[in-house]
Write a protein that binds this ligand. Structure first.
Ligand code: URA
Length: 258
């Protein structure tokens, strides 16, 4: 009842104002027109000489930017800093830390893993979680270790930032990180590379299929390279530890003979 009354009262008031000549609604408070900020004048864009419709700024080519940034780095510290400045990989936004490397640069063996997991993201170091602990045991079994001054290894990953929920790397992520990885190998100067897991094979050999590739010496970045099962895979499939052991022995023999 109350609202119907208000409706008719408001309507009568409005009609009365229209009869008086009111033509527009204004605010309760007056506007000081002298104090209104000047309207921003948009610069007129010259019409494009070609019939292009897309006027958005061009997205930089991530692989090209990565290649330039990586090749400008003259030391591992500079390469790590260049990665820290590289903003074209979305993984960086979700990661806590850049995971660059561990072990001793200049070691005869460089191990290339796939991507940091949760533990690595927190620590800022590769292979520190369960898979990393198994990797350390595997290396120790053939007399190597990331902290062993007499028989060191140097460790990195294809991706320096953790993918969300540990999902697989995307092809464009691998493509834009590859120039950094190749420069990393050049600057670390290993004698040979151990390629750990499928995605590392994808980045360094251009193919996957670790069950077929493992144990077969090949070339990557112009160096002898041995693909091996990823320790995380060995944790899930202990029955293939025998093959991993054969590959470790092959690595040991190569180091002894090389
Ligand atoms: N798996 C990888 O490939 N790299 C790491 O650093 C950790 C787990």
């Amino acid at each position: 009842m109350e609202s119907a009354n208000t409706y008719w009262a408001d309507r009568a008031l409005l009609e009365w104002q229209v009869e008086l000549g009111a033509t527009e609604a204004i605010c309760d408070a007056p506007v000081d027109r002298y104090d209104v900020p000047a309207a921003v004048v948009k610069p007129k864009t010259a019409p494009s000489p070609v019939n292009s419709i897309d006027v958005s700024p061009e997205k930089p080519d991530a692989v090209q930017v990565a290649t330039q940034a990586a090749s400008a780095a003259q030391t591992l510290d500079e390469l790590s800093a260049a990665l820290g400045r590289f903003d074209l990989c979305d993984l960086k936004k979700g990661a806590r830390n850049l995971v660059f490397s561990d072990g001793i640069a200049g070691a005869r063996v460089m191990i290339v893993g796939e991507a940091p997991g949760r533990d690595e993201d927190l620590a800022g170091k590769p292979f520190v979680g369960k898979a990393g602990q198994l990797l350390d045991k595997m290396l120790a079994a053939i007399g190597l270790g990331r902290d062993r001054a007499d028989a060191p290894v140097y460790i990195t990953n294809v991706l320096p930032w953790r993918p969300p929920q540990n999902r697989d790397p995307k092809p464009d992520e691998i493509a834009m990180m590859r120039p950094f990885l190749m420069r990393h190998i050049e600057l670390a100067k290993p004698e040979l590379i151990v390629i750990v897991g499928n995605w590392s094979c994808q980045a360094l050999l251009g193919k996957r299929g670790i069950t077929r590739l493992r144990g077969q010496w090949t070339q990557a970045a112009d160096l002898p390279a041995l693909p091996m099962f990823h320790p995380a895979y060995l944790l899930r499939n202990p029955e293939v530890k025998r093959e991993a052991w054969a590959d470790l022995l092959s690595l040991k023999a190569r180091l002894r003979d090389g």
